[in-house]
Design a protein around this ligand. Structure first.
Ligand code: 5GP
Length: 180
């Protein structure tokens, strides 16, 4: 636990340590580059939770990459999903005819990604894939299978490596389970 979480450390348990995270991100990057060959890839970082994952992943993929940011708000500071997806920042470029990968921190109910896929598909990308660092398949409310998954985890609330609780703990270098 780093300084940001020290005073609450009794509420946190490390689930995925930093070295395992980094090793898996490298593997995902290599797999993605293999799948797309030399083609340019447009990576869409879903804010805010995937900003750290995206920063590491685009470097692990290498080659020709454009990075775009999409602001999405689905939780409102607590540990329960609201089911409401709000776009807080749209893309700054067209994705028509591009190979697009949406980079998400975690897929839980699947509602956010389901909404985003529908929203992006109408913009006619050449291909549209999903890469999520974490997957909580036990909690799905709509079908959603990501093309690239870092880790499948149990139905617990996690923080760190970009994921927050009330805007805190994004700076932890590992993934930790939070128990209220
Ligand atoms: P879904 O719409 O799939 O239920 O949830 C997707 C979003 O909910 C994620 O992008 C993330 O922002 C948030 N979320 C879901 N599970 C967790 C979790 O365990 N921890 C944190 N910090 N956010 C979560």
């Amino acid at each position: 636990m780093n300084a940001a979480a020290n005073k609450d450390s009794s509420q946190f348990r490390v689930l995925i340590p930093e070295d395992r995270l980094q090793a898996r991100v490298s593997e995902l990057g290599e797999q993605i580059r293999r799948d797309f060959g030399d083609r340019p890839i447009t990576c869409i970082c879903v804010l805010k939770g995937s900003f750290i994952f995206t920063a590491d992943l685009v470097r692990a993929v290498g080659g020709a990459i454009e990075t775009e940011f999409l602001g999405v708000s689905s939780y409102h500071g607590g540990t329960q999903t609201s089911g409401v997806v709000q776009i807080t920042k749209d893309l700054t470029t067209t994705i028509e005819d591009k190979d697009v990968i949406v980079i998400e921190d975690i897929i839980d109910t699947g509602l956010t990604m389901h909404y985003l896929m529908e929203m992006l598909a109408v913009r006619k990308p050449r291909s549209l894939s999903v890469c999520t660092l974490l997957d909580k398949p036990a909690n799905r409310e709509v079908e959603m299978v990501a093309d690239y998954v870092g880790f499948s985890i149990p139905d617990e609330f996690v923080v760190g490596y970009g994921l927050d609780l009330g805007e805190r703990y994004r700076n932890l270098p590992h993934i930790a389970v939070y128990t209220p």
